[in-house]
Design a protein around this ligand. Structure first.
Ligand SMILES: O=C1O[C@H](COP(=O)(O)O)[C@@H](O)[C@H](O)[C@H]1O
Length: 250
């Protein structure tokens, strides 16, 4: 049973169980795909990484959903990527490939990975060009950006107290994350915010404090980078289970 918040700019979709959350977001994916393909003839999606979306990707590739989307019209990008080879277990591309892209038989021409064999700054520069070339004369806006939330309130690879938080450009950037002692490549907040729709997928009690910080605390993007996400002319959805939403008053 979904409880929807009233009069809230972000649309909060809170479900009792993780399974219900996943079905809710999968249904939104189907609806947005239909809308985008009707309007623009294709559906461009920036995928999230980490652990949480794996179950969503597996659901989308399952018999319940695989016939409900015209997958040959879907184009996949990555909201962020770890600076590791595509064969590394940490790779967001590898996770998405195993859970979603390979099971659906998505053609390589529909998948735009970050080339992590390049140095991070170069990989980000090339990815910016890849995105620019994809949209060409069309509006540079993803139809859907999927995002997760770290327990430190990062999203994509917009980590607390990193310079990329203040990057006003539309594109991909490298970021050094001191707490991980590692580089990553991330789309900038201005690019993410151009999307027609953004959907966060967050579940589990360990995310409850971060959800509260991002959605209810005073604005402090240095501490809570996910507060940067506010589509300028698009929908913002948060798909949460009750454990993650426990500190919100709906
Ligand atoms: O590092 C990352 O973390 C966030 C959250 O991931 P989760 O494993 O806690 O679900 C994710 O959205 C991002 O894409 C990923 O690279």
């Amino acid at each position: 049973m979904e409880k929807t918040a009233r009069n809230s700019a972000p649309q909060l979709h809170v479900f009792a169980t993780v399974e219900e959350v996943l079905y809710g977001l999968a249904d939104l994916f189907v609806a947005l795909a239909e809308r985008a393909t009707a309007a623009r003839g294709r559906f461009s999606v920036a995928l999230s990484g980490g652990g949480s979306p794996k179950k969503l990707y597996e659901l989308l590739a399952s018999p319940a959903y695989r016939e409900r989307v015209r997958w040959e019209q879907v184009y996949f990008f990555f909201g962020d990527e770890r600076n590791v080879p595509a064969t590394d277990p940490q790779s967001n591309f590898l996770m998405a490939t195993q859970a979603l892209l390979a099971p659906l038989g998505i053609a390589p021409t529909q998948v735009f990975a970050v080339h992590t064999s390049l140095p991070p700054a170069k990989a980000a520069e090339e990815y910016t060009q890849t995105i620019t070339d994809f949209f060409g004369e069309a509006e540079l806006r993803f139809d859907l950006v999927l995002l997760g939330l770290g327990d430190n309130s990062h999203t994509a690879s917009l980590f607390p107290h990193t310079a990329v938080l203040h990057d006003a450009t539309v594109g991909a950037r490298e970021v050094f994350v001191p707490e991980l002692d590692a580089h990553r490549i991330t789309l900038t907040a201005p690019l993410l915010n151009l999307a027609h729709a953004v959907a966060f997928l967050v579940y589990g009690a360990d995310k409850a404090a971060a959800v509260r910080h991002v959605l209810r605390d005073a604005r402090d993007v240095e501490e809570f980078p996910a507060q940067l996400i506010a589509p300028s002319d698009g929908e913002l959805h948060w798909f949460l289970d009750e454990a993650a939403a426990v500190h919100l008053t709906l």
